[in-house]
Write a protein that binds this ligand. Structure first.
Ligand SMILES: [Zn+2]
Length: 164
């Protein structure tokens, strides 16, 4: 089965910054699940999946503009610590460089802690991968038809996808 609209793709990936360190990998756990054609991943990455099938191995290189954009200066904000998701677990563990989630008008955003105050925290709203060229090594494990629920929700269900 080839990847096209409303197929669910199970895939392993390694994500490296170009000529630098590994940033993420799915290899230690379940393959990731993606509902194709629903913008579950970066558009330039999704494009590279089209027509592929299980067993296919390929590499996708994305410029910062195709990935998470350029770093913006002045994107650091001081916010109350209690505005962070999982604030209670994080309270005494906040450290510069840590990735945390904060509630915004557009939903949860991952931000990087730059400075920790007593009740406040300075966070950088640049995406953690902003300014980076990214290289994805992908292996397609499985391709299947999506269920009606998955199409209605706009994402894949199961291990590696949404469980709810
Ligand atoms: Zn769902």
């Amino acid at each position: 089965m080839n990847i096209s609209q409303n197929k669910v793709v199970s895939f392993h990936y390694r994500l490296n910054e170009a000529e630098a360190d590994e940033l993420e990998s799915s290899r230690d756990g379940h393959p990731a699940l993606m509902l194709f054609g629903h913008k579950n991943v970066l558009p330039a990455l999704e494009e590279a999946f089209e027509g592929k099938t299980s067993g296919d191995i390929f590499t996708v290189s994305l410029s910062p503009d195709q990935a998470y954009g350029r770093r913006q200066e002045g994107a650091t904000k001081r916010i109350p610590q209690k505005h962070l998701y999982h604030y209670k677990q994080l309270k005494n563990k906040l450290k510069p460089g840590m990735k945390v989630s904060v509630a915004t008008e557009k939903g949860a955003r991952d931000v990087i802690v730059t400075k920790v105050g007593k009740f406040s925290v300075d966070v950088d709203f640049n995406h953690p991968y902003a300014g980076k060229s990214l290289v994805f090594d992908i292996e397609i494990m499985d391709v299947r038809d999506a269920s009606e629920d998955e199409i209605a929700h706009g994402h894949a269900h199961g291990d590696g996808g949404h469980n709810h």
